[in-house]
Design a protein around this ligand. Structure first.
Ligand code: UTP
Length: 286
């Protein structure tokens, strides 16, 4: 079985739910406490053993690449002022470990993943959507890689979602359950609650086999007129093992304003440097 070495980060969406913040700045640069969403996702991938990060970007997205580059002027000024550069440590990746491709038009998540096909090549790969901020120990993708090493094939990260919210998710038709792993018998993108096969929703982490790229070649449109990753994944079922893994992690949907504010509070309350002040403030305003 080939190891999962590559991860695709689809970051070409328009982020319309976050306007005006995302007019000139990518959604993935929105900051939770003191680091942008993309950094949490890249750190999670590194922890899971990923060696090659592939950003699928669009216009206005250069800040994402710059974030992981050397910042000569900033670093020289900080050195000159005797400030430690340790705070920048986790934005330094081994040379050559980030590549990016452009998705010229935001035609959907499936299309964004397909744009990375040449860089992914013929090996299994992970997909991380940075606006789903996952907090767990070990990290979400590390848990998925451990499961992948047991069962192989394709694995999506799943979560029980409220029945009335199925139309916001890809939903699984579940088969046999074994602890946190559920066999996937079918997938449907954004079903209405009355048509949903379960309330097991897919959240923003995937381990996929490269054959999904061949299916995405057809560029078939699905829900919302977009080229959907869920529809392409559904066509792998039966040919390859396919599981959902309910990870032991906390998810914050940072593509949504309420989820984003909650993420800031939840993560600030886990941080020794800011938690006491935030806790006191919350008690004050309660
Ligand atoms: P979303 O559904 O959250 O869309 O995409 P969005 O455009 O980012 O945000 P809203 O809904 O307009 O506010 C889920 C993920 O897929 C990526 C997004 O960047 C995000 O990480 N995506 C989506 C692409 O890269 N390209 C697309 O064409 C669509």
């Amino acid at each position: 079985m080939k190891r999962v070495r590559k991860a695709v980060f689809p970051v070409a969406g328009l982020g319309t739910r976050f306007l005006p913040a995302t007019k000139a700045m990518p959604k993935e640069m929105l900051t939770v406490v003191d680091r942008p969403l993309i950094q949490y996702a890249v750190e999670e991938a590194l922890e899971a053993g990923i060696e090659q990060m592939i950003f699928v970007t669009g216009r206005n997205k250069t800040a994402l690449e710059d974030h992981f580059d050397v910042a000569y002027e900033l670093e020289a000024t900080m050195r000159g002022r005797g400030k430690s550069l340790a705070v920048l440590e986790s934005t330094r990746l081994p040379a050559g470990s980030i590549a990016s491709v452009r998705q010229q038009e935001p035609l959907g998540l499936g299309h964004a993943v397909w744009c990375a096909r040449e860089l992914v090549g013929d090996e299994p790969f992970a997909v991380l959507l940075p606006d789903d901020l996952m907090v767990g120990t070990p990290g979400c993708l590390a848990q998925m890689v451990a499961a992948y090493e047991q069962v192989g094939g394709n694995i999506v990260c799943t979560e029980e979602v409220p029945h009335e919210r199925t139309a916001s998710y890809g939903i699984v038709t579940p088969g046999v359950r074994d602890g946190r792993l559920t066999e996937v018998r079918g997938l449907v993108e954004k079903p209405k609650p009355e048509e949903a096969p379960s309330n097991l929703g897919i959240v923003g982490r995937y381990i996929l086999q490269p054959e999904v790229m061949g299916i995405l070649d057809a560029k078939e449109k699905g829900a919302g007129g977009e080229i959907q990753l869920t529809d392409a994944m559904a066509k792998l079922i039966g040919d390859q093992p396919f599981h959902g893994l309910t990870v032991d992690a906390e998810r914050h949907d940072c593509g949504d304003k309420v989820g984003f504010v909650k993420a800031n509070l939840a993560l600030a309350l886990k941080r020794d440097d800011v938690a006491p002040a935030i806790r006191a403030f919350l008690q004050d305003i309660a």
